[in-house]
Design a binder for this molecule. Structure first.
Ligand SMILES: NC(=O)c1ccc[n+]([C@@H]2O[C@H](COP(=O)([O-])OP(=O)(O)OC[C@H]3O[C@@H](n4cnc5c(N)ncnc54)[C@H](O)[C@@H]3O)[C@@H](O)[C@H]2O)c1
Length: 434
């Protein structure tokens, strides 16, 4: 394929070399003449393992060149890959000036072309940018999206220091576009590269990189706070974290990564508080550990606000225990929510298939007696009865069979905290964070 690459920085330089090595003819475009000159002399614009050899060889083979002439670069290629910088502005928002300027230039060039042109956004951009880039290109080319050109979102996941190896060994390649032939064309660029190619919605393709990098930052910070506590206790943090990583069931795994309601129960809140307090007792600051509880409390507020926004006062709870399959009500976020709603004058009806008041004992009973002393007046032994008494139905158990109660739910608002497994089509339905 004949490809033009806009931006000859870290991402662009690696892309130009690796695409050429995979058999494509690539022309790099940059506004900095010095970078263009380097590439035209077979020299990379960055310091990175293996890149010198790749650029030298591919340049010698005539597969790599560079220019500042963006018109020529676009008109002589069938695909342009945008790798320009998208730095943070002073206020934290993304500065997309370079990207939009590039879109204008590509648009000007497409105005002069008769063949279809595919534009790939490889830079890290916020959701909605694909649409804006398409609008800019349409404006500057005078041509229509998906007739004369298409825009594909294809985020880059490489890390500096191992960029070439990361380019050839990504965990996944993510592609989002509303133009099927361009999806196929760009997928073909990665056919010799390891890792699954995942075609997804454009906005998912745009946001995923931010979610990935934020999680990586979270991991580093978490490990550092744990390390600081370990050091204060004279424990070597490295073997401890190695042990932590050996748990691939709950720690390094998809477990818990489902957006939904707050955590609760007798262990997570207690043990998190224990670790944060241990840090505090050793005069350590652990802002991340301290913030987890606040974020969790906020999620309860999100659920409360959704209910308040309906303007309805009669609320049915499907599920009250801290998770499905148990009758443990201790520190259940649903109990907190119920308590708050009662305090604000709401009327509740509650169904939980595992909670039988006569069978509650010990700390579980004491907890509920303290927090919801009138629970017996609110609990229904049939879900239908609880639903009938309400205007809003709050789902807290994923396995609840909504479909079996479809008729009763017709004129109710369903608020789902757990992403229920049932089909929710035709219901007046809202998910807490989807
Ligand atoms: N550096 C990384 O490790 C990395 C990894 C993955 C994704 N990304 C993302 O990729 C994008 C590029 O990052 P980078 O580190 O390669 O940036 P960089 O700053 O190293 O390079 C960007 C290049 O774009 C050029 N440029 C600006 N406007 C241009 C225009 N109109 N036409 C042609 N060239 C133009 C600049 O002169 C510069 O050489 C960013 O969105 C970044 O967030 C970076």
């Amino acid at each position: 394929m004949r490809i033009s690459i806009f931006g000859l920085g870290y991402v662009g330089c690696v892309s130009i070399g690796c695409l050429a090595k995979n058999g494509h003819t690539v022309v790099g475009v940059d506004v900095q003449e010095q970078k263009v000159e380097l590439i035209n002399n077979g020299v990379p614009t960055i310091v990175e393992k293996d890149i010198d050899e790749i650029i030298r060889t591919e340049h010698a083979a005539g597969k790599i060149s560079a220019t500042t002439d963006y018109l020529k670069a676009v008109t002589t290629t069938e695909t342009s890959i945008i790798c320009v910088g998208t730095p943070s502005s002073e206020t934290g928002q993304l500065n997309l000036d370079y990207l939009f300027r590039t879109a204008e230039q590509i648009g000007e060039a497409i105005a002069q072309k008769n063949e279809f042109h595919t534009v790939v956004i490889r830079s890290t951009v916020m959701p909605g940018t694909n649409e804006r880039v398409a609008a800019i290109i349409a404006e500057h080319s005078g041509k229509k999206k998906n007739e004369a050109f298409a825009v594909v979102s294809n985020p880059e996941f490489l890390r500096e220091g191992s960029a070439v190896s990361d380019y050839y060994n990504p965990a996944i390649t993510v592609i989002g576009s509303d133009h099927q032939p361009s999806i196929e064309k760009i997928s073909s660029l990665y056919k010799d590269i390891k890792g699954e190619i995942i075609i997804t919605e454009i906005k998912v393709a745009e946001l995923i990189k931010y979610v990935n990098n934020s999680f990586h930052a979270l991991k580093i910070t978490f490990a550092n706070e744990v390390g600081n506590i370990c050091k204060a206790l004279n424990i070597d943090s490295h073997p401890l974290m190695e042990l932590f990583c050996k748990d691939t069931h709950l720690n390094i795994s998809p477990a818990y990564f489902k957006p939904g309601f707050a955590y609760g129960g007798s262990c997570l809140p207690k043990d998190l508080k224990g670790l944060a307090t241990l840090a505090h007792d050793h005069y350590l600051t652990s802002p991340l550990l301290q913030s987890i509880h606040h974020s969790n409390e906020h999620q309860k507020q999100v659920a409360f606000d959704m209910i308040a926004k309906t303007g309805k006062k009669k609320i049915c709870f499907i599920g009250l225990s801290f998770k499905e399959g148990t009758d443990d009500l201790r520190y259940s976020p649903s109990v907190d929510l119920a308590e708050k709603l009662i305090g604000k004058g709401y009327t509740l009806s509650i169904y939980d298939k595992n909670v039988h008041l006569s069978k509650l004992v010990g700390a579980n009973k004491a907890f509920i007696n303290h927090h919801l002393p009138h629970l017996s007046e609110l609990v229904c032994d049939e879900p239908a009865r609880a639903i009938c008494q309400s205007d809003v139905v709050l789902i807290n158990h994923r396995n609840f069979d909504l479909a079996a109660h479809r008729e009763l739910l017709k004129d109710k608002i369903v608020i789902d905290l757990v992403r229920v497994k049932s089909d929710v089509a035709q219901l007046n339905y809202q998910g807490i964070c989807w």
